[in-house]
Design a protein around this ligand. Structure first.
Ligand SMILES: [Mg+2]
Length: 170
């Protein structure tokens, strides 16, 4: 894999809710690792919204094991997970791959069948690619009041253009 390819997601969707729950199992993925902030919820939402909870339950019902990986604090992840009960890792230090690989092992799944979903190319996609797993990129749910995130999005657009060379544009 070239240096550039480490920044290009396997799939981009505006929201995880656009992905049919069966999509993962149909594509050989039985281990789904989700970023929390701006992927499953906004920074302000302490718990998943109803539509997100329903989606996660529907994915899990297809036989996929779900884990949470976040660079955020233990208390953020713990609270968010109270209604989910997943295996989690906080302060994951993405894009470092160590804690991601440890999480997949803890979930008793193989990295060949794993996929990470996140909203940031330079943390989530890069982390997945370094670990050698699939990466799904979603649009950040809410970047209001986070000027640095919008700044990063500017740099991400270069890699998204690479992605669109081989994928339909949303
Ligand atoms: Mg995020």
């Amino acid at each position: 894999m070239s240096f550039k390819e480490k920044f290009i997601p396997d799939l981009f969707v505006p929201s995880v809710l656009k992905i049919r729950p069966e999509f993962f199992i149909e594509n050989g993925i039985d281990c789904l690792i989700c970023d929390i902030d701006n992927t499953l919820a906004t920074y302000g939402e302490k718990l998943p919204q109803k539509d997100m909870l329903d989606w996660l339950n529907a994915v899990e019902a297809t036989g996929v094991r779900i884990g949470l990986i976040s660079n955020n604090s233990e208390s953020r992840v713990y609270t968010f997970n109270t209604v989910l009960g997943y295996i989690t890792v906080s302060r994951a230090m993405k894009p470092a791959k160590k804690k991601l690989l440890a999480l997949i092992e803890q979930m008793d799944r193989k990295k060949e069948n794993a996929c990470l979903i996140g909203d940031q190319i330079f943390t989530d996609v890069l982390c997945a690619k370094r670990a050698g797993i699939k990466a799904v990129l979603v649009r950040s749910i809410d970047t209001r009041g986070k000027p640095f995130l919008r700044f990063k999005k500017h740099f991400e657009s270069y890699f998204m253009e690479e992605y669109y060379k081989n994928h339909p544009r949303y």
